[in-house]
Design a protein around this ligand. Structure first.
Ligand code: DGL
Length: 355
């Protein structure tokens, strides 16, 4: 009698194990690559939402804090690096991009989530949008409140990001940024508020969609080349060309521009006032930069709208490139990658009209 009871219990355990394994097989395999930021931040008290320390909590603790992840994906975690994202740089980008491509080439990885500081999340997202060689989902997520705060937004943002990265709907949509139940595309997303939960927006062109009730809803997608359709390959790159940004304002002077040229920059983004206007005080420096082979891109500090070629400057005569609708920080990323392919301004202008 006793042995029959034990046999029965073992049979039940075996059935549960088989069922669990079957369930796990049905769930997507999502890898979380942690890089730091507020989502991994800690504050002195539960009401500390500014003045906390970013990049303190490791990826395993982030995953353990959200047991619900197991309901939507088979999750693995890797700590790629641990920084506050104002310290992001080209070396980190190349390391992260190569790791993403290695993982996505594996048949047992269906999608990737990257936890990241929000200060430069839009730049990392656009860089990956240009160098990831797969249509599998890549979702970048952050938080505006540290993990120790009342109503921290990190856990729900991480849960939503993992279910989005494991979804069929996110395949082929390019790199996505997901916080606050909203889905933004990498090309246009930008941080619009220093501290509020709804800071990430695509101001004029709008969200790609929403996440509601553990399901993603898409209403549009990017029209520009990205990920698997991108020509840029970082697999053999150990550095990126030096490109910096000059910010335009009333009473403009050429000091910053000249310093970047003297430092050996290969390209300079001019974030001009209005439609990318060039103050007369900087035009001689721009002419000299072009004579030295430095590529100059006219962007705008405004943030929205098209910077029109030959609008506020004679781009043909000055041999300049216009950024189309890319803001200065994203134009910098595209120019760095374009310079790994060509120095020809006409070819670079085509690249700015395609990506
Ligand atoms: N230091 C900022 C960063 O790591 C904190 C902002 C955040 O992550 O939300 O981007």
């Amino acid at each position: 009698m006793y042995s029959k009871k034990i046999a029965g219990q073992f049979l039940i355990l075996a059935c549960v194990a088989v069922f669990s394994a079957a369930q796990a097989q049905k769930l997507p395999n999502v890898t979380i690559l942690a890089t730091g930021g507020t989502i991994a931040g800690t504050g002195a008290s539960s009401t500390t939402t500014v003045g906390y320390t970013a990049a303190k909590i490791g990826v395993d603790a982030l995953i353990d804090a959200v047991p619900e992840l197991k309901k939507v994906a088979n999750v693995k975690g890797e700590q790629v690096f641990q920084i506050a994202s104002e310290n992001m740089n080209n070396d980190y980008w190349l390391k992260l991009g190569k790791r993403v491509n290695t993982l996505l080439a594996q048949s047992d990885v269906d999608g990737i989530v990257i936890t990241h500081g929000t200060d430069t999340i839009e730049e990392t997202a656009y860089f990956l949008n240009l160098v990831v060689k797969s249509k599998k989902p890549v979702v970048i997520v952050g938080a505006m409140r540290p993990a120790t705060a009342i109503s921290a937004d990190g856990p729900i943002n991480l849960y939503n990001a993992v279910l989005l990265a494991g979804s069929q709907e996110a395949i082929g949509k390019g790199v996505l940024v997901s916080l606050n139940d909203q889905i933004n595309g990498a090309r246009e997303v930008t941080k619009t508020n220093t501290s509020t939960l709804d800071t990430f927006k695509t101001p004029e062109l709008g969200f790609l969609g929403y996440i509601q009730g553990s399901k993603p809803y898409f209403y549009r997608q990017s029209t520009r080349r990205n990920t698997a359709d991108s020509e840029f390959d970082i697999s053999n790159l150990n550095s990126l060309p030096a490109v910096d940004i000059v910010y335009g304002y009333a009473n403009m002077n050429p000091i910053a521009f000249n310093a970047f040229v003297a430092s050996g920059d290969k390209g300079i983004i001019h974030a001009g006032v209005g439609d990318g206007s060039l103050a007369s005080t900087v035009v001689p420096s721009i002419v000299e930069a072009r004579q030295k082979g430095v590529i100059v891109v006219r962007s705008s500090r405004v943030g929205q709208g098209i910077v029109a070629r030959n609008g506020e400057a004679d781009d043909d005569k000055l041999d300049l490139v216009v950024s189309d609708t890319l803001n200065a920080q994203k134009a910098r990323i595209l120019l760095m990658l374009a310079l790994t392919k060509t120095n020809d301004t006409k070819e670079i202008q085509k690249i700015f009209y395609q990506y």
